[in-house]
Design a protein around this ligand. Sequence first.
Ligand SMILES: C[S@@+](CC[C@H](N)C(=O)[O-])C[C@H]1O[C@@H](n2cnc3c(N)ncnc32)[C@H](O)[C@@H]1O
Length: 352
Amino acid sequence: MVKPSLTKIIYQTLQGGKNLAGLVHKELSTKAMEFLAPGSVPPTDEIPIDLINDIRLSMTRLASLDWEEAEKNLYPKELLFKSPWIEWAYQYPMIWLDLPSTWERRKRNKTRDIPKEINSEIYPNYYLQNFHHQTDGYLSDHSANLYDLQVEILFNGTADLMRRRIIRPLKESLMAYKDHKYDALKILDVATGTGSTLQQIRGAIPNIELLGIDLSEAYLKKASKSLNNSNEHLVQLIRGNAEDLPFPDESINAVTCVFLLHELPPKARQNVLNECWRVLNKKGSLILADSIQVSDSPKFLSLMENFHKSFHEPYYKDYINDNIDSRLEESGFRLIEAKSHFMTRVWHASKL
Ligand SMILES: C[S@@+](CC[C@H](N)C(=O)[O-])C[C@H]1O[C@@H](n2cnc3c(N)ncnc32)[C@H](O)[C@@H]1O
C-alpha cells in the first residue's frame, strides 16, 4: 500500500478541520436563533442519517479529486492551502454581529432591504434584493467583507474546492489555442464577485490576461484589493451587467461563470449565456459552475429544498429544475461535458 505523503495528510486534516468548523458554526448559530429569535427559524426538513453519510462521502470524493488534480499539476499544491486566515479571524465576530439583522429580515420576509443611497436605476430589478437575507444585498463594503467567509461556512470549507473544478475543463479548452502563448489569451470571469474564482485561475494559469465583471462595485473593490496587490499581472475589473457584456464580439478566449445562474430569473439566465457566446472567440469555451440540479443529483433534493427555505434565493427553485444544457444549445453552444462535484455542477460548452 502506498503511504500518503505528509502534505496530503496536512491537506486532509485541514479540510477535515474546515468541515468541522462549518458544522459547528451552523449548529451554534441555529441554537442561538432558536433561543433568541424563534420566529426566524426556517421550516426546513430533517436530514436523514443515510443522506448525511452520502453528503460526507461526496465531500470526501471532492477533496480526493482536488488533491489528485493538484498531483497532476493542473494547479500548484500551494493553492490548496491558500486562504486569508487572518482576515477571516477578524471577520468571524462580524458574522455573529450580523446574524440578528439576518434573522429579523427572514422573520419579517424583508427581501428588499437595500442601502438607501444606492442608485437603483443602474441595476436590474431582480438584483435589488437581499440574496441569502444578506445585509445590504451585494451592495455594500460590509456585505463584500463578509461574503467569502459566509460562503466558506455555508459549504463547510469546500467553496474553493468546488471553484477549482473549473480548472481542468478550462485548461482543456485552452488547448484549442496551442499555437498561442498563454499571455496572448484572455479569460473573462463573469459575475466575479470578490474575485475568488480569478484567484484560483491565476494560481493555475499565472501568465494569462484576466478580466472580471460584476454588478457590485463593493465586491469588485474587494476583488481588486486581493488580486491587484502584488507583482502579478494586473487583473482588469469592470462594473457591468452580464446580460449586456461591454466587450466586442469574439474578443475573449475563454469565459468562466461561477455561482451566478441560480440568482437570475430565467430570461436573464438565457441573456447571460447568449452574451457569453457572443463575446467568445470561435475556438472559445464557456466553463460554467453552479448549484447541482434535481435532474443530476436527485438524492440531494432535500438539501436543495432546505437551501431555498433557509435563504432568500428567489430564483433557485426555478434554476434547479431548469434545463441548462438546452439553454446552452439555444445560445449556440455545443455541450462537451457536464459533471457534478458535491454541491456544484460544472458545464464545459464550446462555440465550435
Ligand atoms: C453568489 S455570487 C458569486 C460570486 C463569485 N463568482 C464566486 O464564485 O464567489 C453572485 C455574484 O453575481 C453578481 N451578479 C448578479 N447578477 C449579476 C448580473 N446581472 N451581472 C453581473 N453580475 C451579477 C453579484 O453581484 C455577485 O457578486
